[in-house]
Write a protein that binds this ligand. Sequence first.
Ligand code: ATP
Ligand code: MG
Length: 387
Amino acid sequence: MQQVLLVRMGEIFLKGDNRPQFISALVKRVRYAVKPLGGRVESVQGRIFVHDLGENAGLAERRVSRIFGVHSLSHALEVEKEMPLIEEAARELSKDLTGSFRVSARRADKRFPLDSMQLNALLGGVVLESNPALTVDVKQPEHTLTVEIREKAYLHMKKIPAVGGMPVGTDGKALLLLSGGIDSPVAGYQIAKRGVELSAIHYHSFPFTSEQAKQKVLDLAAILAEYTGPILLHVVPFTRIQQEIYDKCPESQTTILMRRFMMRIADRVAKENGCEALVTGESIGQVASQTLQSLLCTNAVCSLPVFRPLIGADKTEIMDQAQRIGSYATSILPFEDCCTIFTPRHPVTRPRLEMMEESEAKLDVETLVEEAIRGIETLRIRAALRN
Ligand code: ATP
Ligand code: MG
C-alpha cells in the first residue's frame, strides 16, 4: 500500500489536438514544484501521480494545487488491482471515521472483473463491518470513499480543489508591468491562468524609492511564481526620466507622461524578449491616469496588444482576489512607489494626445528610453518557499 498524490487536470483541454502539449507542459510544472520535496512524478492516461513524498505530502498539496491546469487533487492509497488489497486499503482509510458514508467506485479499466456497482456494494460491506461507527447513506453522506480502478487501484476520501486554468507555457509569453500595488499581481495571475508565460518589468526610482520598495516587488513576483513558475523580472532605473518630466513638463501631466514612458519601454523590452503582449493592472476610472482619455494616451505608444484583465473590476473585487491568491498582505506594505512620489496635486483627467506629444517634444525621448533600457537589471525570480 503506497501513499500517492493523485492530480487531475482540467477536462476541457484534454480533448483537442493540443492534448499532448498541454499534458507535457503540466507535468513539467508539477515536476518543478515537487522536485525539491523529493516527489517522483508519473503521468498515465490523463492523470498525474506524485510518489515518494513521505511527510512532505501536505506541502506538495499546497504547491500543486496552485499550478494552473490542475483541477483537483487527492491523497490516495495505491494498491495492485487485487480485491484483498483494495479491501485492506478501504479499511485503512475509513478506520477513524464516524457518521455516514458511501463508496463511489469507477472502473476505468473495463477488464477488471467487478463493475462499479458491485465494487460499491462489496466495499461498502467491508467498511461497515470493520467500523461500527459508520452508517451508509448513498444520497447525502458525510464521507465518500472514492475508488478508481486504473493501471492500479486508487482509493481516497477527499477531492481537494485546485486553481484550474491552463498550464503556463501553452500559449505564448507576455510582459507584466508589475508595481508594488494590489492590482498588477492580480492582473498577472489572471493572464497566466490562461496558459500564458509571464515575464515582468518594474520601474524603480532610487533614491526616491527605497530598497525595501524594490524588495516588495521581488516578493510579489515570488508569490506569482508559485502559480506560474520562475519569472524573469526586469528592473528599470526610472529616476532620470521622472526628473526630466518633472523639470520640463506641466505638473498636471506628469503621471500620464510617466505612464507613456513605462509603456514605451515595456513595449520594447517585450519585443526584445519574445513577449507577444503587455499586461497591466489598470481599471477604468480607478485613478486620473485610468480614464478612457488617459488610457488612449498611454496606449498610443504601444505596438503590442495591452491586456488589462481588471479593466471592469471594482477595487474591492480586486482586493478579494489578491487575498485569495496570497499577494494582498505584501501589496499593502507601506513602501512608496515611484508613481506616488511624483504624483501631481491636480492631475489631468481628460488629457489630449496632442498635448502629451507637445510636452514630450521638450524631452529627448529616444535617448531617455535607450538609457533606461541599458540600465536594466534582470533577475530570475523563483517561487517563494514560504509554503
Ligand atoms: P497597482 O495597484 O498595481 O500598483 P496603481 O493603482 O498604482 O496600480 P497606476 O499607478 O495607475 O495604478 O498604474 C497602473 C498600472 O501601471 C499598474 O497596474 C501596473 O501594471 C503599471 N505600473 C504602475 N507603476 C508601475 C511601476 N513602478 N512599475 C511597473 N509597472 C507599474
Ligand atoms: Mg491600480
